[in-house]
Design a binder for this molecule. Structure first.
Ligand SMILES: Cc1cc2nc3c(=O)[nH]c(=O)nc-3n(C[C@H](O)[C@H](O)[C@H](O)COP(=O)(O)OP(=O)(O)OC[C@H]3O[C@@H](n4cnc5c(N)ncnc54)[C@H](O)[C@@H]3O)c2cc1C
Length: 368
């Protein structure tokens, strides 16, 4: 007799979404979170990209968590030319209070009957042959094994990478170091010319090799978070960028949010399923809050079949769907990465708003 039908490791957007759906279906679900407080440390600026899924999700969370609706976009070329400024067409979505957004999703899962354990870090997987029996958690009470029929890793970019997967005979799920790359966001006060509600994108591979852009999330007048590839990219931008260097001149840094992305756009992970273990969200190489939630829906649908028919092979359907949805990322990445700054400059200058619209549309096309 196992303790739970499903153990979900990690109470981020992916884990809590999955826990809510499966608990709603009356499965016996345990959601494990290593930190004392769900939502902390804060992961990002809380920009939730706009799509039909977001429109529905936003109705389920308290209004106080919505900081602002995105009103429009301002786009800059690598040489610092303002390419366009336009009203949002639905891609922009919202800025939410990310810490309490994560807490809210976990609360929704608990209200549907999921059991949540915080301060419970998963430190190993136990196996019987090639099937995973459960996980070992370390909490204030010590270490214990908890068993389940299905184990879902929603534990973010670092997931089972640090040896756990390999040690437990699940080496297919182990990722190599090169599949990780950094990202930082810095919150600035007294930054010039911020328009609340207007997201700004500063394109340029010379300044940011990984993303080819710096992404400005406006929080209030004079207050914004800017995402850079890494700290060195930020220093380069601060010193030499034709537009941002001037706007940052009198700005003070007041907060750093750091983190990693796993797998680049265009390089989807080979597999995220091994028998009764599946990875979702960032752990599976998705990018962003809304894709993490949507991956929770994908995996929940097949997990219901796995449990009802006692056949793990149904999880493979999730992996297939994941790979298919990653192809969209791949196409976009291949298109964009084939450009250098000179080509990007020409592309943006010639295409203007239409070129930008096309790129944003690609980003926000993930659907349920
Ligand atoms: C600098 C930066 C800026 C970003 N900005 C944005 C943005 O503006 N908009 C956007 O959509 N996305 C953004 N992202 C990406 C976004 O933060 C992630 O895609 C999103 O958090 C993924 O959700 P998740 O549920 O998969 O994982 P996470 O949110 O990472 O949640 C994983 C959870 O698992 C827990 N956990 C990990 N290991 C264990 C363990 N062993 N045992 C128990 N619990 C464990 C963690 O504590 C965490 O709570 C940004 C990322 C970075 C790095």
């Amino acid at each position: 007799m196992v303790d739970y039908d499903v153990i979900i490791v990690g109470a981020g957007p992916a884990g809590s979404t999955t826990a809510k759906i499966l608990a709603e279906e009356k499965f016996n679900v345990l959601l494990l979170e290593e930190h004392n407080n769900i939502g902390l440390p804060q992961h990002c600026s809380g920009w939730i990209s706009g799509c039909e899924y977001t429109d529905e999700l936003i109705k389920t969370i308290p209004q106080r968590l919505i900081i602002q609706k995105v009103k429009g976009w301002r786009v800059w070329s690598p040489k610092g030319k303002k390419i366009c400024e336009f009203e949002d067409f639905g891609f922009g979505g919202y800025f939410v209070d990310r810490v309490n957004f994560d807490r809210e999703l976990a609360k929704q899962a608990a209200k549907k009957g999921a059991k949540i354990k915080v301060a419970s870090k998963v430190i190993d997987i136990t196996t019987e042959g090639s099937i995973s029996k459960g996980v070992i958690i370390k909490s204030k009470e010590g270490s214990e094994e908890i068993t389940a029929d299905v184990i879902i890793g929603a534990d973010g970019v670092r997931s089972f990478l640090s040896g756990v997967a390999k040690k437990s005979g699940l080496s297919e799920l182990e990722r190599k170091k090169r599949e990780f790359f950094p990202g930082i966001q810095i919150e600035f006060i007294n930054i010039a010319d911020i328009d609340p509600g207007i997201i700004e994108i500063f394109f340029g591979f010379d300044f940011d090799k990984n993303f080819g852009m710096a992404f400005l999330s406006p929080l209030e007048e004079n207050l914004a978070l800017i995402g850079f590839g890494n700290y060195r990219d930020y220093l380069k931008i601060k010193k030499d960028h034709p537009v941002l260097s001037k706007r940052l001149k009198d700005a003070d840094e007041i907060r750093y949010l750091g983190g990693m992305y796993c797998s680049r756009f265009g390089e989807p992970l080979k597999t995220c399923v091994k028998n009764n273990v599946a990875l979702i969200g960032d752990a599976a190489g998705y990018h962003g809050i809304i894709p993490a939630c949507i991956s929770g829906h994908y995996v929940s649908t097949v997990t219901k079949d796995v449990l009802a028919k006692e056949d793990f092979s149904f999880l493979l359907a999730y992996d297939k769907k994941r790979r298919k949805s990653s192809l969209k990322d791949a196409r976009m990445a291949i298109d964009i990465r084939s450009l250098n700054d000179e080509k990007l400059e020409n592309f943006l200058q010639a295409g203007g708003k239409d070129a930008t619209y096309m790129m944003l549309e690609l980003i926000s096309k993930l659907k349920l």
